[in-house]
Design a protein. Structure first.
Length: 311
C-alpha cells in the first residue's frame, strides 16, 4: 500500500514527465543513432557506433537539451495551455514554475559540462542551441512565420550536431533533412490551427490568426506539395535502398492528409491530422533501417568527401 507522500512524489514525477514530453525523447535518441548508423557513417559497424562514448554523450546532450526546451516552453506557455490543453496543463501545474526553472538551469549546466569533455566547439554548439530554444520560447514563438520556421529548424538541429561529429556532408543528408524540415513545419502550422483559440488570447501572430484558417490551409497544402521535391531526389537520384517504399507510402499518406485538411473544422479533426504527421515522422525513424540492413552487422565501404573539422 502506497503512502500519501509516495503517491504525491509519483504524481509529481508523472507531471514532470508530461512537461518534458518523455514519450518524444526516446524517439529523438533512436533517430540520432539510426541516422549515424545508416546515413552518416554506414562505413562503420553498428556496434562500433553504439559503443562510441563521444556519440553517446552527444545523443544524451541532445535529448537533455530538448527536454529543457520543453520545460522553458511550458514555462512561457502556461496560460495559453490552460485554454488549448486544459487537462495536460492541470497535470503540468503539479510541478511549480520555480521547480521547472531550477531543473531547466541544472539540465543546461550538465549539458555544457558534458560537451566540455568532447571539445570547446561542441560546447559552443550546444550552448548556442540552448540559447536559441530559450529565445524561441521567449520571443520568436509569438512572431508571424518566424516562430514556425524556427521551431522546425530547432527540431532538425540535433541531427546536424551528429553530422558534424562524423564530418560527412553528403547531398543525400540534406535531402533527408529537407523532407523532415517540411514535415515538421507542416506539423507546426497544424498545431497553430489546433490552438487558434489560445493563440488569439495570448496574442500569438500565427498564420491562422493573421490570415485565417482558409489561407493557412492553402499554405499547408503548398508545403505538402513541396515535399515531392526532396522525395524525388531521394528516390530517383540518391540510393536509399528499400526506404523508397517508405517515401512512396508517405506521399500517399500526405495526399490523404490534404484531403482531410480541407474538410477539417474542429480542434479534434486538426488533432487527428497532427497525429497523422507525427506517425509519418516516427515511422520514418524506424524505416531508416531499410536503407542498408546489412550495415547492422558489417560496415559499408564508402569514399568520404566534403568533410570539415568540428569536434
Amino acid at each position: 500500500m502506497l503512502t500519501r507522500k509516495t503517491k504525491l512524489v509519483l504524481t509529481k514525477i508523472f507531471s514532470f514527465f508530461s512537461v518534458i514530453r518523455g514519450y518524444n525523447i526516446w524517439v529523438i535518441a533512436l533517430a540520432q543513432y539510426l541516422s549515424a548508423i545508416f546515413i552518416l557513417a554506414p562505413e562503420k559497424r553498428a556496434l562500433d557506433i553504439i559503443l562510441d562514448w563521444r556519440l553517446f554523450l552527444i545523443v544524451v546532450a541532445s535529448t537533455l537539451t530538448i527536454a529543457s526546451g520543453y520545460i522553458i516552453n511550458n514555462f512561457y506557455d502556461a496560460k495559453k495551455d490552460l485554454i488549448n490543453r486544459p487537462k495536460k496543463a492541470m497535470i503540468d501545474r503539479l510541478v511549480s514554475q520555480e521547480t521547472k526553472l531550477k531543473v531547466y538551469f541544472t539540465i543546461n549546466f550538465i549539458v555544457a559540462l558534458m560537451m566540455f569533455f568532447i571539445s570547446w566547439r561542441a560546447m559552443l554548439f550546444f550552448s548556442a542551441y540552448i540559447f536559441l530554444i530559450w529565445f524561441y520560447s521567449h520571443k520568436l514563438k509569438k512572431m508571424f512565420l518566424i516562430g514556425n520556421i524556427t521551431a522546425a529548424v530547432l527540431a532538425v538541429l540535433p541531427f546536424f550536431g551528429i553530422l558534424m561529429y562524423y564530418k560527412n556532408f553528403y547531398e543525400v543528408i540534406f535531402a533527408h533533412a529537407t523532407f523532415l524540415f517540411l514535415l515538421i513545419l507542416i506539423r507546426e502550422l497544424i498545431k497553430d490551427l489546433e490552438n487558434i483559440e489560445g493563440d488569439l488570447i495570448a496574442d500569438y501572430k500565427t498564420i491562422p490568426v493573421v490570415f485565417g484558417e482558409k489561407r493557412a490551409k492553402s499554405i499547408i497544402s503548398i508545403l505538402t506539395f513541396l515535399t515531392l521535391i526532396p522525395v524525388y531526389f531521394l528516390i530517383e537520384i540518391y540510393n536509399v535502398g528499400y526506404m523508397d517504399i517508405y517515401f512512396y507510402l508517405s506521399l500517399i499518406a500526405l495526399l490523404f492528409f490534404c484531403m482531410m485538411l480541407w474538410k477539417a473544422t474542429t480542434k479534434t479533426e486538426y488533432l487527428k491530422l497532427h497525429f497523422l504527421l507525427k506517425f509519418i515522422i516516427v515511422s520514418g525513424v524506424f524505416c531508416i533501417v531499410l536503407i542498408e540492413p546489412s550495415v547492422l552487422f558489417h560496415g559499408k565501404k564508402l569514399i568520404l568527401t566534403h568533410s570539415i573539422s568540428f569536434y
